[in-house]
Design a protein around this ligand. Structure first.
Ligand code: C2E
Ligand code: CA
Ligand code: CA
Ligand code: CA
Length: 276
């Protein structure tokens, strides 16, 4: 299962730049997609950098549209955020990821992406509690991934939401680190369990960029001293895996170890490895 489901590469192109009319159409279809249950989650493995065992899967939403085929999140997440549809979509993602991950071996965790818009909803923590109790997934098997863009929102609201989630026993990862608005102050105040080193740095370093290499080194050193873990994202080949392992990244994610896959293929991964 090297490739994602058949229709992954579709021609559907409306983006933020599209005309207002197209955006209205897309908003309407997204709303309907939620009602018709057209979203699904694909899961990408994250491995331990040392022994290459699977430690978790990141849930990545796909819109399986009867008209357009599989639509990638890049095509609809930002519109969903603008229209606040990300809130019900995100609730669905949380509930579904927990319900599916509860069937995995108990040492395998699941990571869910949460948008700022969703995180600052007053009932965000309640949504998490609900997803955990409905599914029976132990809180310590759920990781919430947020990006630096949350730091642009009300600091007290963000902090309180993240602290509530951590108090439940979930962990929080800081995604795409270094690509956005970085405030080192937040790293001190909020106990992220993991910092995810963005793929752009991995790629850059692999192509010989001294700057990218220096940034990865700095992030790993900082994470180590703050007792946070690091995940290198977007590792596509053995050389990159060797490089990020050498740089001290604790976990690795990328096409080299596995592409995002439908949930039934996740089960096959365990079966192959004799883990269940
Ligand atoms: P992300 O959270 O940084 O997720 C990683 C993205 O990198 C995924 O794209 C994944 O398929 C891709 N990727 C993983 N390994 C490699 C690799 O080795 N090479 C390359 N070229 N790409 C790799 P995807 O699935 O298209 O998701 C894009 C973004 O959409 C995610 O970036 C995340 O920000 C957002 N997203 C996905 N699912 C959700 C969700 O349920 N909720 C929210 N709020 N955002 C989501
Ligand atoms: Ca992510
Ligand atoms: Ca990322
Ligand atoms: Ca990204």
């Amino acid at each position: 299962a090297k490739d994602e489901g058949g229709g992954e590469h579709c021609q559907y192109e409306p983006t933020l730049h599209a005309h207002a009319e197209e955006r209205r159409k897309l908003e309407f279809s997204l709303r309907r997609a939620l009602e018709r249950d057209e979203f699904e989650l694909h899961y990408q493995p994250v491995v331990d950098a040392n022994d290459e065992t699977v430690v978790s899967f990141e849930a990545l939403v796909r819109w399986n549209s009867p008209e357009h085929g599989y639509v990638r999140p890049d095509k609809f997440i930002s519109l969903a955020e603008d229209t606040r549809l990300i809130v019900p979509i995100g609730e669905w993602v949380l509930a579904t990821a927990c319900a599916e991950a509860v069937n995995w071996p108990p040492h395998v965790r699941v990571a869910v992406n949460v948008s700022g818009e969703q995180l600052i909803e007053p009932n965000f923590a309640t949504t998490v509690v609900q997803a955990l109790s409905d599914s029976g997934l132990p809180a310590n098997r759920l990781e919430v991934e947020v990006t630096e863009s949350i730091f642009l929102r009300d600091a007290n609201v963000v902090r309180s939401a993240l602290e509530q989630v951590m108090a439940l026993g979930c962990t929080v990862a800081l995604d795409d680190f270094g690509t956005g608005y970085s405030s080192l102050g937040y790293l001190r105040k909020l106990s992220f369990s993991t910092i995810k080193v963005d793929r752009s740095f991995v790629q850059g370093a692999a192509q010989g960029s001294a700057e990218s290499l220096a940034i990865i080194r700095a992030v790993v050193a900082m994470a180590d001293s703050l007792e946070m873990s690091t995940t290198a994202e977007g590792v596509e080949n053995a050389e990159e895996a060797e490089m990020v392992r050498g740089l001290g990244c604790k976990k690795i994610q990328g096409y080299y170890f596995g592409r995002p896959m439908p949930v039934d293929e996740v089960q096959q991964v365990f079966a192959r490895k004799g883990e269940v």
